[in-house]
Design a protein around this ligand. Sequence first.
Ligand SMILES: O=C(O)c1ccc[n+]([C@@H]2O[C@H](COP(=O)([O-])O)[C@@H](O)[C@H]2O)c1
Ligand SMILES: Cc1cc2nc[nH]c2cc1C
Length: 362
Amino acid sequence: MLAETLAALRPADPRAIADARAHQDRLTKPRGSLGALEEVAVRLAGAAGVSPPPMPEPAALAIFAADHGVHARGVTPWPQEVTVQMVHNFLAEGAVANAFAAQIGASVTVVDVGIAADLPDDARLVKRKIAYGTADLSRGPAMSGEEAVRALEAGIGVARDLVASGARCLITGDMGIANTTASAALIAAFTGRDPAAVTGLGTGVTEETHARKIAVVREALQVNGILMEGRPDPHGLKLQEAARVLAAVGGFEHAAIAGFILGGAAARVPVILDGVIAGAAALAAAALSPAAVDHCVAGHRSAEPGHSAALEHLGLRPLVDLELRLGEGTGGLLAHPLVCAAVRVMHEVATFDSAGVTEKHM
Ligand SMILES: O=C(O)c1ccc[n+]([C@@H]2O[C@H](COP(=O)([O-])O)[C@@H](O)[C@H]2O)c1
Ligand SMILES: Cc1cc2nc[nH]c2cc1C
């Protein structure tokens, strides 16, 4: 399924991009006056391979939830059971992600890819548990290569199912206590930045815990033989090595989100990325297939420093910058109306010719 998805994935279509740019310039507005929104519409045209691109609705949020062996290293102030407790909250529609999804009419799918607890059968929960949490990434690989592929394929499967049931925009979400540590390790590994520059406060740690968290990320890279020298370029990483890095220091939700991105991209359905966890997963997806990035929109910029590093490396500009650091898909959901507005302009705004508006002289 992974190989098939990677083979199906196409980069942005340059002709659709050129058509979209030309169309933008004929609309009744001064050229470039919609700023970054014009680029969003052009980007979606390139991704879809047609201009104007289809309206990116309805939107579907998938929240991938998992636990982390590195929790034992004291990298977060929250107990591990908050992961499963928040999953119950998502299913009861009591979380911020549910409120934001309701605001834009997005569906919410919750996926267990590695929670360290059993969950009851529930029609709204997709059960794709790989294991009861990853192993501690600071002592050795967090997961085996085979587990990483299963998690990637779980994400691909969720993307396929959502697209098959009518979703025309996918939004990434995550839940996993301690997952900002794995995110920092992935970002350091894929961008070559120093752990101190990409490890943040997560859910809100003390200075002492932050220092320990940085040391744990450093250990993880060393133990797993991930060298920081030479700033590895994810576009240049061999597929095998990209998968090895993901398995060594990622979480099951990172791998599943990477698969979700690849699945959306292969179906030419745009994927709005949420915060630092999605940014780390997108680096892994880009290392597996650089063309995947062409199908992504950065929903927002998280307060986590590693997120800015990941976005810079991916060449993505975040649409919303409100210092959010919640996860769950909240920043991606907030950006969805902006993405829709950008595309609606392409469908509905009159051209200078059609509206009889005179163009500027000089
Ligand atoms: O999305 C973000 O950028 C983000 C930033 C900080 C924390 N989080 C969320 O907080 C949890 C991980 O935080 P921590 O401190 O336990 O590593 C996890 O459930 C994430 O969804 C998310
Ligand atoms: C309460 C809580 C809600 C969250 N949502 C995503 N990550 C979270 C972490 C915590 C701790």
